[in-house]
Design a protein around this ligand. Structure first.
Ligand code: ADP
Ligand code: MG
Ligand code: ZN
Length: 475
């Protein structure tokens, strides 16, 4: 009966834009021939009898929804803002092969302590999931596998089994009979998400939807359902790195700044206990072109190594390569280094890389990036016991960044002895014990303070008495 209230709308397959009438070009993303006709979603689920009786007094609303389900692992709870909210729908996105199925299987296995978990495997056979579970050391009691892509069958199974958590891997394989188009099209993904959302709210059961995202945000990505779900998580990482970052892009129940840090191994995704230590573990002493910045990932301080390499451009215009750093920010910093700090980079290739597959997006990393480039260009190491944090302005001035104390406390905890910072406002608390702050108001001054001068380099290495090494040579 609800079907009669449906109307026809036109959905862009590229961006999910909704339009009441057809046109050749999407008014939102300007793509051509991407609008397709779909039936609009019903206002109310016709397949599920709801027992709401009109408006309720606020105080009469059950508070049970506030009780979050806590998983044993810290990182996943942290990214969700303190556990899983009952009845919430979470989209877990990421590149193919990044580890989404691995993560969600681990989460599902942990959630079985709360009750049965239903894992809809639309992409893999139950045997494949079993193989992965064996590798991850998951026994699997309480984990129900359902190899199915028809949403009607899935919802019937959910009604019958009443699991305490639902996983759908992946959203792109799901389809609804009444909706035209193959699985993975915008119409199918939206309708599937809508019905699963209705199920989650009606039964107060959390639902996790896995979705593949391609880097270029290609056609029919699960982005088109982002606005329909409560939480959007993205699992990220560089292909060459074993580190995986779980970020929340949207969270109706918490902050979106939190980041979970995992390492991918044989036994699945393992939480990284001390990320700063992990990311600095392979930092060579006295390396030229390396600087450390105390970043803030959500509420957590994280020490990150930035590397730079400058070398004469062989052919054509000099190249700039940025990995983990915003490309335009790098161009800006190079321009400031040339114009305000007197570096000659006009005929130099400049390559910047953030270690561990991390991305630094805060302007707080400006100073460390600039210092790493200056270190390489001058062939002089940065003081290895120094961290640098500050935003660089176009006139070469340094600006202080938020929460400097927390960043410096993390640096001190990991044994750094000095910090290069912008001039601090009066009244800000002093640096933590054991850490000396050096304030610089310009980038030029910061480079002078941050790079080891040849004479000081000698001083630094002289106190550590080396055992005589000529024994082997004399024999
Ligand atoms: N035996 C293994 N040891 C370590 N890592 C593995 C092993 N098998 C698979 N992986 C990792 O798991 C990844 C695939 O994870 P998966 O959860 O299937 O990704 P997604 O679901 O995001 O496509 C592979 O890219 C690889 O990094
Ligand atoms: Mg998968
Ligand atoms: Zn569009």
């Amino acid at each position: 009966m609800a079907r009669s209230r449906r109307r026809i709308i036109y959905l862009c397959q590229a961006c999910g834009h909704e339009s009441p009438r057809w046109s050749g070009q999407c008014p939102s993303c300007q793509a051509w021939n991407t609008l397709v006709e779909v039936e609009d979603a019903p206002d109310r689920p016709s397949w599920l009898a709801r027992d709401t009786q009109g408006p309720q007094e606020l105080t009469a609303v059950s508070q049970a929804a506030g009780q979050r389900l806590l998983l044993p692992g810290r990182e996943f709870n942290r990214v969700l803002g303190g556990g899983i909210v009952p009845g919430s729908v979470t989209l877990l996105g990421g590149d193919p092969g990044i580890g989404k199925s691995t993560l969600i299987l681990q989460v599902g296995a942990e959630a079985t302590r709360l009750g049965p978990v239903l894992y809809v495997c639309g992409e893999e056979s139950p045997q494949q999931v079993r193989l992965r579970a064996d590798r991850l050391g998951i026994a699997g009691a309480g984990l129900l596998l359902l190899p199915e892509t028809n949403l009607r069958v899935i919802l019937a199974a959910l009604e019958e089994r009443r699991p305490s958590l639902v996983i759908v891997d992946s959203l792109q394989t799901m389809y609804v009979d009444e909706v035209p188009g193959a699985p993975g099209t915008v119409g199918q993904m939206r309708e599937s998400t809508l019905r699963l959302t209705q199920y989650a709210k009606a039964r107060d059961v959390p639902v996790f939807l896995v979705g593949h995202v391609t880097k270029d945000g290609a056609i029919a990505g699960p982005r088109v359902v982002e606005h329909m779900v409560d939480v959007v998580l993205y699992l990220e990482g560089e292909a060459a790195s074993t580190y995986r970052l779980l970020r929340s892009a949207k969270n109706r129940f918490g902050s979106t700044n939190e980041v979970g840090i995992f390492e991918m191994g044989e036994e699945g995704l393992v939480e990284v206990e001390n990320p700063s230590l992990a990311f600095l573990a392979e930092r060579p002493a006295n390396a030229i072109g390396s600087a450390v910045v105390p970043m803030l990932e959500g509420t957590r301080p994280l020490l990150v190594e930035v590397q730079a390499l400058t070398s004469p451009a062989v052919m054509g215009p000099p190249r700039r390569v940025a990995t983990g750093v915003d490309f335009n920010r790098l161009l800006m910093l190079i321009a400031v280094l040339v114009q305000r700090a007197g570096l000659s980079l006009g005929n130099q290739d400049v390559i910047v890389n953030v270690v561990g597959g991390l991305r630094v997006q805060e302007p707080a990393a400006d100073l460390a990036i600039a210092l790493a480039i200056a270190s390489s260009a001058r062939n002089t190491p940065v003081d290895p016991a120094l961290v640098a944090v500050g935003e660089v302005g176009l006139s070469g001035e340094l600006r202080s960044v938020a929460q400097t104390e927390r960043r410096l406390a993390e640096a001190a905890a990991l044994g750094f002895r000095s910090a290069l910072v912008a001039p601090q406002r009066r009244g800000t608390r002093a640096a933590p014990p054991g850490l000396q702050t050096k304030e610089a108001s310009t980038l030029r001054e910061a480079i002078r303070l941050g790079l080891q001068t040849p004479s000081r380099r000698g001083e630094v290495s002289s106190p550590s008495v080396q055992p005589p090494t000529d024994a082997g040579q004399s024999g």
